[in-house]
Write a protein that binds this ligand. Sequence first.
Ligand SMILES: [Zn+2]
Length: 86
Amino acid sequence: MFNWLKKKLIGFIKRVLPFLFDDESTRNVYYQTIKFVESTPQKSSVNTEEFIVVKYKDKLYWALFECPCGCHEVITLPLKKEQNPN
Ligand SMILES: [Zn+2]
């Protein structure tokens, strides 16, 4: 069940942010793990190899990850579908 959800979510993230996972052209995978948390972590706690997804009560809220260009900036991306509450 968890693996199924994770696969689905990875598929979603790959569609939204294909450049982060473009391992075919660059042979380089930026994020080793996708980590699910229930509350937004401190930016300073985001590790380079982790793609963090804030998920609470089956709803996705945020994705946090370190910028793949190497500047060590932590990017926070909203995953909420605000236009479609159902
Ligand atoms: Zn950068």
